[in-house]
Design a protein around this ligand. Structure first.
Ligand SMILES: NC(=O)c1ccc[n+]([C@@H]2O[C@H](COP(=O)([O-])OP(=O)(O)OC[C@H]3O[C@@H](n4cnc5c(N)ncnc54)[C@H](O)[C@@H]3O)[C@@H](O)[C@H]2O)c1
Length: 459
């Protein structure tokens, strides 16, 4: 019952019963909002809090209907997250089992040949508190109705978002309202105000100002990293140490050495998880029997169930390249896959944003190639199905504020691929008509396809 009501606004519902409002997050959220003079802030329900939030926001400029580019952008970001949640749900095997933890398939793992299996194989619940504590701290009580639900939600991937800025809010909206089988249980931002506002807006029960606190929270299965680029690699490593599935905004880091290090930490964590699983099976331990054993709480039981799945699946990592979910680009890839184009010879990509991000963002972004053209490098690999072998690039800067930080805002990149195809990528941080302009022409020996606002094929 809780689950069904949760996303529709459990926060609002339970707020009417003041005794359930014990979560530090909501209490603090109240403290930060001005009460109307005639009412005591402590008497405000969460719905009052939210309407206050809304009234405090500046009125929006009237907005015309969404352009097709805006709609495509929204859809591909949603589909990208759906794909991550599917990946994670399948790793945790939440979609096909609700409460039963069966290990019927475990004997088929060739990596574990020779392992001594637990006596009386078949459906079993191997619940190892000691191992749990090695990987994650014990579940910290269920102080409020909200955290109880967040801790015990057998069929949903429980997601936390780090960074409540531009992209973090888009992902929060999708996770809270559109992505099936996901529940947004926590958000974090270095700026308390940002974390508090996003939590209130999307009915998220827990918020933090320290990203590490979110990563360490055992009620979080998967973390969506949307903080500035230079924080991604350290946070990825923290997630790996604490057994959290990771969706990381691009790029993983500003340098290859940092990326390699983060990936190595992830691999080491997965090797540890595999080893733990092997040890459990070798020892034949069944610390808690089918009777449910001596579990402190349902939350603890649920936590151990997920840990067991994690030991089997390993930590999943997905890096955000949402353009792969743009159906137009998928169509171009299909033209290649189907043989319609013959051998691919040339690829033209045009990728221009409506307006540049703030200079404060650009300073920490790694520059236009690492921050913006990265999507096109990924798209070129996706469409040409090959790896680059040679790169040549030029750029200019038309915006004095961007020139001052040593970056470019209009660039061209020429890439040669291992399959001999050549590619030209045209990036701009802004367009005079403020459009999100994404186009590709893939040209082969037998045909060509142009995708963008509309699709045209020629033979
Ligand atoms: N896939 C895409 O199309 C896309 C689009 C935009 C941004 N991004 C990526 O997302 C990341 C964030 O970009 P943005 O535009 O949302 O930036 P932003 O500056 O709007 O937001 C970043 C947020 O993170 C917070 N923050 C800073 N340090 C933090 C920390 N240690 N822990 C928690 N929060 C912290 C900031 O207070 C801010 O609210 C960047 O790496 C960027 O490359 C990707």
């Amino acid at each position: 019952m809780y689950r069904a009501d949760y996303r529709a606004g459990l926060l609002r519902r339970s707020a009417s019963k003041s005794e359930t409002l014990q979560s530090g997050s909501l209490k603090d959220a109240r403290a930060g909002v001005r009460a109307p003079p005639e009412r005591d802030i402590r008497q405000l329900s969460s719905s009052d809090l939210l309407s206050l939030e809304a009234s405090e926001r500046k009125p929006r400029e009237p907005k015309g209907p969404k352009t097709s580019e805006e709609r495509i952008y929204e859809v591909m970001l949603r589909q990208e997250l759906e794909s991550f949640v599917r990946l994670t749900a399948s790793a945790l095997r939440l979609e096909d089992e609700v409460l039963e933890d069966t290990d019927a398939d475990e004997g088929n793992d060739p990596a574990e040949e020779g392992a001594v299996t637990a006596e009386g194989t078949g459906p079993s619940r191997v619940l190892l508190r000691t191992l749990t504590e090695q990987v994650l701290p014990p579940v910290a009580g269920t102080a409020s109705a909200q955290s109880a639900v967040a801790a015990y939600n057998p069929s949903h991937v429980r997601v936390g978002i780090i960074g409540c800025g531009r992209i973090g809010q888009v992902h929060a909206n999708n996770l809270a309202n559109r992505v099936p089988n996901a529940i947004l249980v926590a958000v974090s931002d270095a700026l308390e105000e940002a974390a508090r506002r996003v939590a209130a807006r999307f009915h998220v029960p827990i918020w933090y100002t320290k990203a590490e606190d979110l990563v360490h929270d055992p009620r979080v299965d998967a973390v969506v990293i949307c903080s500035p680029t230079d924080t991604h690699a350290p946070l990825m490593k923290e997630c790996a140490r604490y057994g959290k599935h990771i969706f990381c905004e691009k790029p993983i880091a500003l340098g290859l050495d940092l990326i390699d290090e983060a990936l190595a930490t992830l691999e080491a964590a997965n090797a540890d998880l595999r080893e733990q699983r092997l040890q459990i099976r070798k020892s034949g331990l069944k610390l808690a029997s089918e009777t449910g054993g001596d579990y402190l709480s349902v939350a603890q039981w649920e936590h151990d169930r997920r840990l067991r799945r994690l030991q089997r699946s390993g930590i999943q990592l997905m890096v955000a390249f949402q353009r792969r979910y743009d159906q137009n680009f998928q169509r171009a890839r299909l033209a290649h896959d189907s043989g319609f184009l013959g051998r691919p010879l040339k690829l033209h990509l045009v990728s221009r944003d409506p307006a540049p991000p703030p200079v404060s963002y650009l300073k920490a972004s790694g520059g236009i190639w690492l921050d913006q053209a990265i999507h096109d490098f990924d798209m070129a690999r996706f469409l040409l199905k090959s790896e680059p072998v040679e790169v040549f690039a030029t750029g200019l800067c038309s915006d004095p504020a961007i020139a001052e930080i040593g970056d470019c805002d209009h660039v061209m990149t020429h890439v040669r691929f291992a399959n001999e195809a050549i590619c030209v990528i045209d990036n701009s941080r802004s367009t005079p008509h403020q459009a999100y302009d994404q186009r590709a022409e893939l040209f082969g020996t037998d045909g060509s396809i142009t995708v963008g606002q509309r699709v045209s094929e020629h033979r």
